[in-house]
Structure formats: C-alpha cells, structure tokens
Design a protein around this ligand. Structure first.
Ligand code: ZN
Length: 174
C-alpha cells in the first residue's frame, strides 16, 4: 500500500487545503484498490515503460521498485512531496498545462486557476499523474502530445484514476 503526504504546502489557504486532503484521500483509496490494480495489469502496450512488464510497472508505482522485497510489502510506503500553487503567467493563459513535477525532486506545482476549478475527483487524477506516475513510479513521457504520450504510464493511470473517481464505490470491482 502507498500513502501520500504533503510535507510543505505553499500558497495554499484553508479551503484549498481541505480540497487537497480530500483529493489525496480519494487518490489513496483508488491507487490501493483492486480496480486500479486490475486496470494497470490488464492495460495493453504502455509506451516509455523502460522495458518493464505490467506487474513491474504496478510495483514501481506502489512500492518504488520493480521487484520489491517480500518484507517491504508489509509496511505502507509513504510518498511525501512539497506542493505549491502558482499563478499562471499571462503568456501561458491558453496553455492546457495543469501542473508539473520538477524531475528528480519531490516538488510538485499546480496552477491555481485550474486547482480552484477542479473538483476533488479531478484533482485526484491530476495528482495521480504527477505524484503517482512521475514521483512514486519515476515514469516519464514525451513532452509533445500524441499517441506516444497518451500511452505513457502517467497519462494512462491518470485516466484510470479519473474513471475510478467517478464510481460511487471507489475502486471496487467492475
Ligand atoms: Zn507528466
């Protein structure tokens, strides 16, 4: 099991903090669910998968290792990150970018305009892309949009999380 914790929240007021906690709750429930596990394992043909099997991809996302030691599975893994809301600069008003993680760090940023627009469920899937795909799993994707990017682990699991967040019984079967 994997859990998520914001170590240092920056530019986040009380209402935004409440939404953030709710989104992280949703994200934890989904990522640790049987429904998520099955979707990750059954998805055909990830791009940028670093030669890993689907099972190894799932292990990287949840445990941080493609081949976790058996003893490690008994203890929840805690993924911590610093999270900052930033103003979108005027010259990026038309950009569809919601946020990013600085590669090699645990710093995650979201534009405050989209943060405020997103529901907790949408925020859970955005954070799933950054916190689970990029940070917890260390998967990457091409910058340019297209099938190769859409098939990458962060984009594919973003879709699974969005789909599962809409279900009333979060992450349960079918
Ligand atoms: Zn990304």
């Amino acid at each position: 099991m994997v859990r998520f914790q914001v170590k240092r929240p920056i530019n986040i007021d009380a209402a935004q903090g409440t939404k953030l906690s709710k989104a992280l709750d949703i994200l934890e429930r989904i990522v640790n669910s049987e429904g998520f596990r099955r979707r990750v394992l059954e998805h055909p043909g990830y791009t940028w998968n670093e030669g890993l099997t689907n099972e190894q991809i799932l292990h990287r996302l949840i445990w941080g290792h493609a081949e976790p030691r058996l003893g490690a599975l008994a203890v929840p893994r805690i993924v911590t990150f610093d999270y900052e809301l930033v103003q979108r600069p005027w010259y990026k008003k038309l950009s569809s970018v919601r946020g990013w993680r600085v590669p090699g760090t645990n710093d995650i940023y979201t534009y405050v305009d989209v943060f405020d627009e997103m529901s907790a469920e949408e925020l859970a899937s955005h954070l799933g892309h950054e916190v689970v795909g990029h940070l917890a799993g260390e998967f990457d994707h091409p910058e340019r949009g297209g099938p190769e990017r859409d098939g990458s682990v962060p984009y594919v699991i973003d879709g699974f999380i969005e789909e599962l967040a809409k279900k009333p019984s979060l992450g349960e079967a079918a």
